[in-house]
Write a protein that binds this ligand. Structure first.
Ligand code: UT7
Length: 325
């Protein structure tokens, strides 16, 4: 009897247009918005981000990451029976980005849906896929985080537009007799809706309210640090493990200072933390699978090691997944 789900392949994709902080600052200066490489690096650790071309959607990025993950797992698209896409920047209002991606991939017929939990989206999606595999509803799932946050950035707001980037990451999650995903922990608290949101909505053919991202950075920062620590500890306790057992922490890549604080609280050396925020910026739901794939492909993270994945984002949502790779 299958008791577990296990990641058997990872993949990722970044759109080719890469902007360093200096390049972004120069572009923003032409619109009278002042920022600098020094400020961005010191406050966030970000040095560069990728932006998708105007005609490229989340499904385009996601399908490339999915193809890589399938290849790494040695699984055919036609063998996939579940696709979950975590995104807050869907191609359309509906149908889901997962359906659009499924068709591009040639996996037609399998279950496909989106999960909307902003920067915790991949943690939510992975937990849902794990549960569906454990209950026998699916056996080979593609779990994808894909975002084009550049579309919802206000390039006149320097407090947010320097933070985010576009990209996608994916994993193949398969039924397994050996673990796999050991434990997960999901939470949300809707009373914090206003501190990180895109408040606009479509109504009668118009967009009502702003369709651009708004964030109270300091409020998000303070909440994130405490909630990530709590989620990590609860997840470890569920699996009967301690922080000392963790081989790698793969956190949501929003700000290096949040990652340093999380590591400090868990008494983990930064050598055990996968960091890609410097090169990718914050890619929301894509950031964790992107970081995971980079860590796997660089040879840093190896099969059998114990990984803590954790994220926090708009909603407020937060959660963690502990797994053996
Ligand atoms: O993915 C979802 C989770 N999101 C996050 O985790 C983000 C969490 N928050 C953060 O990462 C940080 O709060 C920020 C990076 C957004 C901001 O860092 P901070 O240390 O909290 O800076 P601050 O908001 O206190 O701003 C400090 C100063 C302000 O100037 P004054 O009032 O001190 O004169 C800002 O106006 O920095 C100024 N500032 C900038 N200066 C140059 C804000 N943005 C910029 C900028 N360039 N891009």
């Amino acid at each position: 009897m299958t008791l577990y789900s296990r990641i058997t392949g990872t993949g990722s994709y970044l759109p080719p247009r890469r902007l360093t902080n200096d390049e972004l600052a120069a572009e923003l200066a032409t619109q009278g918005v002042e920022t600098s490489d020094d400020w961005i690096v010191e406050r966030t650790g970000i040095r560069a981000r990728h932006f998708a071309a105007p005609d490229v959607c989340s499904s385009d990025l996601g399908v490339e990451a999915a193809r890589q993950a399938l290849q790494a797992a040695g699984v055919l698209a036609t063998d996939i029976d579940l696709i979950i896409v975590a995104t807050s920047t869907p191609d359309m209002v509906f149908p889901s980005t997962a359906c659009i991606l499924q068709n591009k991939l040639g996996a037609n017929g399998c279950a496909a849906f989106d999960v909307q939990a902003v920067c915790s989206g991949f943690i939510y999606a992975l937990t849902v896929a794990d549960a569906m595999i454990k209950t026998g509803t699916a056996s080979k799932a593609l779990v994808i985080g894909a975002e084009v946050f550049s579309r919802i950035l206000d390039f006149k707001d320097r407090t947010t537009c320097v933070l985010f980037g576009d990209g996608a990451g994916a994993v193949v999650l398969e039924a397994s007799d050996t673990p796999g995903i050991l434990a997960s922990d999901l939470h949300a608290d809707g009373k914090h809706v206003g501190i990180l949101c895109v408040p606009g909505h479509v109504s009668g053919g118009n967009v009502l309210g702003s369709p651009l991202l708004k964030m109270d950075g300091q409020a998000v920062f303070k909440l994130a640090v405490g909630l990530l620590d709590e989620a990590a500890r609860t997840t470890l306790a569920k699996a009967g493990k301690t922080a000392a057992d963790i081989d790698w922490l793969v956190p949501h890549q929003a700000n290096i200072r949040i990652m340093q604080s999380t590591a400090r609280k868990l008494k983990l050396s930064m050598d055990k933390v996968i960091v890609t925020v410097d090169q990718h910026g914050n890619t929301s739901a894509a950031s964790i699978p992107l970081a995971l794939d980079f860590a796997v492909r660089s040879g840093k993270v190896k099969p059998g090691e114990l990984l803590m994945l954790e994220g926090v984002g708009g909603g407020f949502t937060w959660g963690a997944v502990l797994l053996n790779l």
